[in-house]
Design a protein around this ligand. Structure first.
Ligand SMILES: NC(=O)c1ccc[n+]([C@@H]2O[C@H](COP(=O)([O-])OP(=O)(O)OC[C@H]3O[C@@H](n4cnc5c(N)ncnc54)[C@H](O)[C@@H]3O)[C@@H](O)[C@H]2O)c1
Length: 374
């Protein structure tokens, strides 16, 4: 954890949405990071507010029921971790009143929402930042360094395949109207995020894909680290547990993407392969908080038929979130920051929309049929 820059006051931060991500990832890190002072917590649900009131270090925090009550004169930054369908509404309200927002992934669920966020960022004058923790992993940074020595990047393969780990089965995560989709918007967002520095200016000319849901209803497919291991889904599910995509950029490069909340595998594996004109590289590791992890991260580089290991550290789980938090104060102060995140977001959500559109079967694309007259 880095110390705040000399003379910089701690960033006065409100945590918005007090569920698993806020309580497990952000609140504990914000409370122990001297660059931040947590000044408020917001959740309309009494259970979230009560849980925070019972957290050491947060027990005297003002807990509010709505972002409407946050005063821009007293808050520099809102860390927003609400259900996906509320990202745009909550973040635009905050941005429009001049409060900078650090918004969890998926930043938005449609291209139209991306434009609403962009408009709110412009009108309020505060910056939109986004959860991009995977880019802050030391092994991913090692891969980026090697990528710079692979010549022209031709092809990137991105896979995050969990053995099991469907979040909140039967809750909002597995309902399309509340989550916007399944593994593609959840894990796939992280994968697209990893690709941005590799293909920084690329726009996708083609994007096709498939989705399936063979595992979501199985008793063992829940996310154990969220305390949801073997329980059967509490409600209905209508999203994919697996998505596969194939994308081609305007300048003729390709991306293969595979995101699975559950699979036939024993361990959760993230694998990123980059094929360049002067060599290729592969990183194998495990993203996220799952206990079904590879023991260590491995990075290899292949040139002229010889594959060599490249040393990368295996860090304690969650280190990337500390590192991203450390980077936020400078990003908040950066006068060129406005509009930067939304540029990336437009590309990501545009690609996700197109993969979903292509994955719909002809029957689904036609919509529900009117029943024939009897
Ligand atoms: N970056 C990561 O690794 C990571 C991990 C988990 C979740 N997430 C993201 O974080 C977000 C939250 O996920 P979660 O697992 O904490 O969900 P959750 O359901 O556990 O928590 C969401 C919380 O938001 C609250 N809420 C609902 N409406 C609100 C509003 N208008 N204002 C304030 N609070 C509101 C809910 O009451 C709930 O307490 C999701 O977008 C998810 O994709 C990111």
């Amino acid at each position: 954890m880095s110390a705040p820059s000399v003379g910089a006051a701690p960033v006065r931060t409100a945590v918005v949405g007090l569920g698993w991500a806020a309580r497990s990832i952000w609140l504990p890190r914000l409370l122990r990071n001297p660059a931040f002072t947590v000044t408020a917590a917001v959740d309309p649900d009494e259970r979230g507010r009560a849980a925070v009131a019972g957290t050491e270090g947060a027990d005297r925090l003002p807990v509010l029921a709505a972002v409407h009550d946050l005063d821009p004169a007293e808050v520099d930054l809102a860390v927003v971790a609400v259900p996906n369908h509320l990202h745009c509404a909550v973040a635009t309200e905050l941005l429009a009143k001049g409060i900078a927002v650090f918004l969890e992934k998926p930043v938005c669920l449609t291209s139209e929402e991306a434009e609403r966020l962009a408009a709110a960022e412009r009108s309020g004058g505060a910056v939109l930042l986004a959860g991009s923790a995977a880019r802050y992993r030391a092994d991913v940074r090692g891969l980026y360094r090697i990528a710079a020595r692979l010549g022209h990047i031709r092809h990137v393969e991105l896979a995050w395949v969990r053995a099991r780990g469907v979040p909140d089965r039967g809750g909002w995560f597995t309902q399309r109207s509340l989550a916007g989709g399944g593994a593609l918007v959840d894990l796939g967002w992280h994968l697209f995020d990893i690709a941005v520095p590799l293909l920084p200016t690329a726009t996708f000319r083609h994007a096709i894909g498939t989705v399936s849901a063979d595992f979501i209803a199985q008793r063992s497919s829940g996310a154990a680290w969220r305390g949801e291991g073997g329980a059967a889904p509490s409600g209905g599910t209508d999203v994919e547990d697996t998505a596969r995509g194939f994308l081609v950029t305007d300048d003729g490069r390709s991306v293969v993407l595979h995101a699975s909340w559950a699979s036939h595998e024993a361990l959760d594996t993230t694998r990123i392969t980059i094929d360049g004109s002067a060599g290729s590289a592969t990183l194998r590791c495990t993203f996220g908080f799952s206990p079904n992890r590879l023991e260590k991260s491995t990075l290899t580089r292949t040139v002229d038929g010889r594959t060599r290991p490249v040393a990368v550290p295996t860090e304690p789980v969650g280190t990337e979130y500390d590192r991203q938090l450390d980077a936020l104060p400078a990003l908040l102060r950066d006068p060129a920051g406005q509009g930067r995140v939304i540029e990336e977001v437009r590309r990501t959500i545009g690609a996700i929309e197109r993969v979903y559109t292509s994955a719909r079967t002809p029957q689904e694309a036609q919509g529900p049929r009117e029943s024939a007259p009897v």
